[in-house]
Design a protein around this ligand. Sequence first.
Ligand SMILES: [Zn+2]
Length: 138
Amino acid sequence: MSVEPSMTVSAAGTEVPPLRGSRCPDCGNVAFPVATGCQRCGCADVVPVDLARRGTVWAHTVQRFAPKSPPYVPPAEGFQPFAVGYVELPDGVRVEALLDGHYDQLAGAEVTLVATTPVPRFATDDWFRAHDSLEVSR
Ligand SMILES: [Zn+2]
């Protein structure tokens, strides 16, 4: 069952703003992040849009060793493996993001936006249930 959250709440309990993208008024192409012009038809008058908070994991992998630093900044407690991939949004765009969820359940999973900075981050419904201190309004 798919339920559209009315609001997305971060682990800190603050509302997560939507990701901002842009849409071409001529051909409808959606881009993330906001583009200065349409990548499909060249139109220069793209308009900013709020992107959907729910999407589907299109492809992912697990980063099992620390990336080159800089630019990667390892957390104070040391590197831990993490999942990263592309989330396909109903707006018609794929967003590269960190993914919270069981690694073997990420393929094709429905995910919800949980953070926009420093990079987009999405989580599976199971991840929400496993972190019941997280108050998600649905
Ligand atoms: Zn266009």
